[in-house]
Design a protein around this ligand. Structure first.
Ligand SMILES: Cc1ncc(C[n+]2csc(CCOP(=O)(O)OP(=O)(O)O)c2C)c(N)n1
Length: 328
């Protein structure tokens, strides 16, 4: 299964939008956080986990998803949210803690919820597995169209919730896909010392379902493997487990000194940055001319600038609204 030119345009532009958005967030996040790094200061309070380098996973899978499909993501959710079509202005406002944010500024960057787009994420590692299985079960019981995709990190695959959810998804033959983003690190802990198997796709055997490992952070390969798994789920044939090798170009969160990285690792990862790599393949194969790609990038930047402006100019939540939407 190969992406069409139209799909490739969307994939490339979505990757660039995600990266430019994060570049902007990264800069603004540091405002007001010097000389002492206090997470609560500045226009973007709280922790910040960037997904730079992991964009191919979001677009390779997201290219197969429609509005009826559900995505549960992680504490590193921006690329997934953008690929699922979450409103960028309201997402930016949520990250800034503004009243116009998706949750009125209550959630922040790790809690991007968009009911209209069937998108959710959580700061709790492995949390999205249960809701993805629940959503897939609901679709099946209601004979409604739609698959559920749970994105998790490779660290989360050692969580109990992962195993319980995969087992039930298989027993009930649910339209669910688990996509593990293997960026090699769970905070500062290397996968090599935390995980008993080299690649988590082999764990699919424990649930009697297909498992696939995709190397190289390659958008084309991810697209092909995800397409097969999603078609299988739509056909009522049950879940699939996919692990994708990807790269975390940033620290675990902003403020991470990354002293645990072996010397030279980052340089090696930046040399494999998937965005310039995709651009050069698109040019080399004559799929897009450089000027067309420049135009796609300019459009992505304009969209990001607009979202940041919207977030900055939005009002803070009012103290008297603090208890709205709090269930007691
Ligand atoms: C249940 C739970 N345990 C621990 C944490 C603290 N924590 C936050 S991120 C993280 C590492 C996650 O690693 P991984 O799943 O590989 O995702 P990545 O950060 O690499 O995207 C941990 C342990 C948490 N948020 N939730």
């Amino acid at each position: 299964m190969q992406p069409t030119k139209k799909t490739l345009r969307w994939m490339y532009q979505t990757m660039v939008t995600s990266r430019r958005f994060e570049n902007a967030i990264e800069k603004i996040y540091m405002e007001g956080k010097a000389p002492a790094f206090n997470m609560a200061d500045g226009p973007i309070p709280g922790e910040m986990h960037l997904s730079d380098g992991q964009e191919p996973v979001a677009v390779g899978v997201g290219a197969h998803l429609g509005p009826e499909d559900i995505v549960t993501a992680t504490h590193r959710p921006h690329h997934h949210a953008i690929a699922k079509g979450v409103d960028l202005n309201r997402m930016a406002a949520e990250i800034f803690g503004k009243a116009t944010g998706l949750s009125g500024g209550r959630g922040g960057h790790m809690h991007i919820f968009d009911v209209d787009k069937n998108f959710a994420c959580s700061g709790i590692v492995g949390q999205g597995m249960g809701p993805a299985v629940g959503a897939a079960l609901a679709r099946k019981m209601q004979a409604a169209p739609g698959v559920a995709v749970a994105f998790i990190g490779e660290g989360a695959a050692n969580q109990g919730a992962f195993h319980e959810a995969m087992n039930l998804a298989s027993v009930w033959k649910l339209p669910m896909i688990c996509v593990i983003e293997d960026n090699a690190w769970g905070i500062s802990v290397s996968k090599k010392v935390s995980t008993a198997v080299a690649h988590n796709d082999v764990r699919a055997a424990s649930y009697g379902i297909p498992g696939h490992y995709v190397s190289g952070n390659d958008p084309w390969k991810i697209y092909a493997v995800a397409g097969e798994a999603i078609a299988r789920a739509r056909a009522g044939e049950g879940p699939t487990l996919i692990e994708v090798e990807t790269y975390r170009l940033a620290g675990h969160f902003m403020g991470d000194a990354e002293g645990y990285r072996p010397k030279g690792e980052k340089d090696g990862l930046f040399a494999k940055d998937p965005i310039p790599a995709m651009r050069s393949r698109l040019e080399r194969e004559g799929i897009f001319k450089p000027a067309e790609l420049d135009a796609l990038e300019a459009e992505a930047q304009a969209r990001v600038d607009d979202a940041i402006r919207f977030a900055r100019e939005s009002a803070d939540p009012k103290p008297e609204d603090a208890l709205t939407a709090v269930f007691v």
